[in-house]
Design a protein around this ligand. Structure first.
Ligand code: MN
Ligand code: MN
Length: 460
């Protein structure tokens, strides 16, 4: 061996080798893990559905509802739910909260198409719903794809109706139309290609009868909705109705190495962090997986990460142990579990190739997110980076570093800064995603599995 070769191996970073560094056993484990994830993703389109799914999964694995002021013992498993849109799973540690808690926090909301409060109308012989998009989307991607309806309607008498329609092949689905290319010759920047006020959802075309009454198509649709769900047009005013892509989660590629699906951001971090909590028996420190809502719109609101819900839960756990809540937070450590943008060779110019993340290079650590001169982000310290790096190496978890894209090209944020504001050590760690925020996003199976191993390592 030449001196340079020897020295290079000792001193320089290893070259990226993609999936070649995973053993056949690891690839098999990753494929098995992906099977459970795909089922989760198909059943957890919205935050409400994700909470319901995780609650069931947790109960099946011995988690019981949290009770305030109850004394818990090492190995006890509890869950807590915030307004059916966020959920926390905790496994009580040998030392309880005395040395802080270990947190994995992911979000379970994903970009989608919401309805306006007063959505129903008809025009040009078509029944339509006015929409208001949720989260950061390239609007043109969301036209002409099959959409399914998810959500809840609260009626005047206080009863609720849950709707999930369009996911099964034998059910009707919905669509946002787009102008044919023949009549769309005007050059427009991508951001202006679709006017959000044109993102109306096509829901029918038959009139109720042939009378001279007005808006008979809208009336017919309301009759169908009333027959099926017992709702009236006024009930739209107290409803949360979300249209999500009706795509089934699928394997991608001849080698089936990747997964295509709606809502990888951030359910591909939520699911591994849930499984890590489920597989944790009696940790040293109490560990908590928390799945939050509203990340895609800035983490505001009482179900978002800026709410005090998780803080109060930790205070309650601390109190039950005879500890001060703020002291527990000050000793806590967190992996902010969120996705990063995987390098896409077709759009290479948006990335800085020495510092972006790649498919099959393992779980991505983002030291900071934000934009411009590191605005609006929590920049993890060298010390905490060192600690997490050592933990991943100890556990044989393949990982990589990832900046979102070139400096000043754009940017993005995560919940990490809100966790950091609670005086918790935190860094972003998650899965690299291709075409993030599109109706169908892509991740790799081994990267998903490495995320699970990272969260498990934090808890154990
Ligand atoms: Mn995200
Ligand atoms: Mn996102």
């Amino acid at each position: 061996m030449s001196n340079a070769k020897e020295l290079r191996e000792k001193l320089m970073m290893k070259e990226r080798k993609g999936a070649a560094t995973f053993s056949p056993e690891t690839l098999k484990e990753a494929d098995d893990f992906a099977a459970g994830y795909k089922t989760f993703l198909d059943n957890a389109r919205t935050e409400r559905e994700a909470v319901a799914y995780v609650k069931k999964l947790a109960e099946d694995n011995g988690f019981v509802p949290f009770e305030q002021d109850k004394q818990y013992n090492p190995g006890d498993r509890i869950y807590i739910i915030n307004r059916e849109k966020a959920i926390g799973l905790a496994v009580i540690g040998k030392n309880g909260t005395a040395n802080g808690v270990r947190l994995a926090i992911a979000h379970i909301d994903s970009p989608r198409i919401d309805l306006k409060p007063n959505p129903l109308y008809q025009d040009g012989g078509l029944g339509l719903l006015k929409s208001h998009y949720y989260g950061g989307i390239k609007k043109y991607q969301w036209t002409t794809v099959p959409l399914a309806l998810h959500g809840r309607v609260v009626k005047l008498d206080g009863t609720t109706v849950d709707i999930r329609l369009g996911e099964n092949d034998d059910e009707e689905c919905f669509i946002i139309t787009d102008l044919l290319p023949h009549l769309d010759k005007e050059d427009k920047p991508v951001r202006k290609a679709i006017d959000p006020e044109n993102m109306n959802i096509l829901i029918g075309s038959y009139p109720f009868d042939d009378s001279d009454e007005k808006d008979l198509i809208a009336l017919n649709i309301m009759k169908l909705l009333n027959d099926r769900y017992g709702i009236t047009e006024d009930d739209f005013l107290s409803a949360e109705l979300n249209f999500c892509p009706a795509y089934k989660t699928r394997d991608i590629g001849f080698d089936r190495s990747m997964i295509g699906g709606y809502g990888h951001d951030d359910k591909c971090c939520a699911y591994p962090s849930v499984m890590a909590a489920i597989d944790t028996k009696v940790p040293d420190c109490t560990c908590i997986t928390y799945l939050t809502d509203k990340e895609e719109t800035g983490s505001d609101g009482n179900t978002g990460m800026q709410s005090d819900f998780l803080r109060y839960f930790i205070y309650d756990l601390a109190k039950a142990d005879g500890n001060e809540g703020y002291r527990v937070l000050s000793k806590s450590k967190c992996l902010s579990a969120d996705v990063n943008a995987a390098f896409d060779p077709s759009y290479a110019s948006a990335y800085e190739q020495k510092n972006c993340s790649y498919v099959n290079e393992g779980v991505v650590i983002s030291k900071y997110t934000g934009h411009g001169g590191k605005y609006d982000t929590s920049d993890a310290s060298a010390e905490f980076m060192g600690e997490i790096r050592a933990m991943l190496e100890r556990d044989g978890v393949k990982w990589q570093i990832g900046e979102l894209g070139k400096v000043d090209v754009g940017g993005g944020g995560t919940i990490a800064k809100y966790v950091a504001n609670m005086n918790v050590d935190v860094v972003d760690l998650g899965v690299a995603v291709l075409n993030m925020h599109a109706p169908m996003e892509v991740i790799s199976k081994p990267d998903l599995y490495m995320a699970y191993k990272a969260f498990y390592g934090l808890f154990n």
